[in-house]
Design a protein around this ligand. Sequence first.
Ligand code: ADP
Ligand code: 5GP
Length: 195
Amino acid sequence: MKKKGLLVVISAPSGTGKTTVCKKLREVDRSRFKFSVSCTTRSPRPGEKNGVDYYFVSREEFKKKIKSGELVEWEEVFGNYYGTLRSVLEEAIEKGDILLLDIDVKGGMNIKRLFPENTVTIFLLPPSEEELNRRLITRGADDEQSIQRRKKRIGEEMKLGEHFEYKVVNDKLDETVEKILKIIEEVRGNGSGYN
Ligand code: ADP
Ligand code: 5GP
């Protein structure tokens, strides 16, 4: 039987914990969980590494990648461009990897539309609006204007999140990771082609 990769889309309003959860999942087993490194035109945050967290590119480079078809999907989010590399997804599907995608709601739905058999969509929810505000502030990565931009998008993201197959409230981090591991096991159990 042909091996098939599993694309695990993890979307949520900014500040809910997508990045943290993806990192934790990878700590569980690095050889098992791969991360889809996206391209972005935003500047690196302190500690972020090129090729690890994102491929940080100029607007011109990003536009070239759109033109050449290198990106399987892309969106403008908070005034910057973000896109998923086609080669990364194709390699994961071919090899039978479990690939984690930390992408926005629209991008996540596009991945599901393009690779329906290989994709599971998980929407993370914050425990409350107050806690989400607290996380956005304590992350300390964005200035006030950027935080306001991120907050403005929450309503739209929560609405689109209704279309996701699974919803997980990211309250206690360890419990969130356990729930996602369970979802992955469940999906792989159902899809006989997954290794
Ligand atoms: P996102 O990638 O969704 O924008 P991050 O992963 O950057 O969000 O998390 C935003 C902030 O919330 C970070 O400071 C992170 O440490 C914190 N955080 C993430 N998950 C939890 C959690 N379950 N409990 C408490 N704080 C969390
Ligand atoms: P951040 O600037 O906080 O890293 O990311 C901003 C938003 O862009 C988040 O919702 C994140 O999931 C999303 N994002 C990151 N990479 C991609 C991508 O390749 N495609 C899409 N559509 N969204 C992405």
